[in-house]
Design a protein around this ligand. Structure first.
Ligand SMILES: Cc1cc2nc3c(=O)[nH]c(=O)nc-3n(C[C@H](O)[C@H](O)[C@H](O)COP(=O)(O)O)c2cc1C
Length: 201
């Protein structure tokens, strides 16, 4: 077995080779150049059912995430994510928030919480943070408006927390108005800098 650290890029966008995918790939390739093993998960490629609010996964106490009764691809995906040291989590800003596919995935990550019936809110089961993450989003709006006047960052931080990863930085691609996808040199440089920071270099 390789002793290389593993980075997984989670792409919540509907577009492969779109802005999110391209920005996540930029960080992953910088990490690969630094000797990290990389993998990518496109949420689009997996069967992710809606959480039905049955709360079965939330009832048993303990630090291990609860078992969902739905038979889809979530368990396999989460096992894969468990094995990562670093996560690059990307989702576009749609209607002021992460897009629906990413939100569907976030809701299914509720299994990382403990929420017995009769209590007001879930608590995170395992508070030991072992992973580090970089959060990625994009918007048609310029960066400052996209990032600070939408709920996307909050949602990505919540997802990172569920997955046991501490965010060390973010990449926001603003003013996405053209059909052609090209990252600016500034974004590319940031991807490299954040990759180094992620692995502690
Ligand atoms: C349905 C939809 C809703 C969107 N809503 C917003 C929005 O509320 N604010 C914004 O700035 N951009 C919005 N956008 C633009 C996307 O955030 C932008 O095109 C982004 O690059 C999409 O990611 P992708 O390139 O990976 O597909 C929206 C795009 C779509 C298709």
């Amino acid at each position: 077995m390789s002793d290389k650290k593993i980075a997984i890029g989670i792409v919540g966008s509907y577009r492969k080779q779109g802005v999110i995918d391209t920005a996540v790939s930029e960080v992953l390739s910088a990490l690969q150049n630094l000797g990290v093993e990389i993998k990518k998960i496109y949420l689009l490629d997996y069967n992710i059912e809606f959480c039905t609010n049955c709360r079965t996964c939330l009832q048993p106490p303990g630090v291990t995430r609860g078992k969902c009764i739905l038979k889809d691809d979530m368990e396999d995906m989460l096992q894969s994510i468990d094995s990562a040291d670093y996560l690059i989590i990307g989702a576009p800003t749609n209607a002021g928030y992460v897009n629906a596919l990413t939100q569907r995935f976030i809701e299914r990550c509720v299994c990382f919480g403990y929420w017995p019936w009769g209590t007001a809110a879930p608590v995170l089961r395992n508070k030991i943070i072992k992973k580090r993450s970089i959060l990625v989003s994009a918007s048609a709006a310029p960066v400052l408006i996209g990032k600070y006047f939408n709920g996307t960052m909050k949602a990505l931080k919540t997802l990172s927390k569920y997955l046991g990863a501490q965010p060390i930085g973010d990449i926001w691609v603003g003013s996405v108005t053209k059909k052609e996808i090209e990252l600016s040199n500034k974004i590319k440089e940031k991807a490299t800098t954040l990759a180094q920071k992620l692995i502690g270099k």
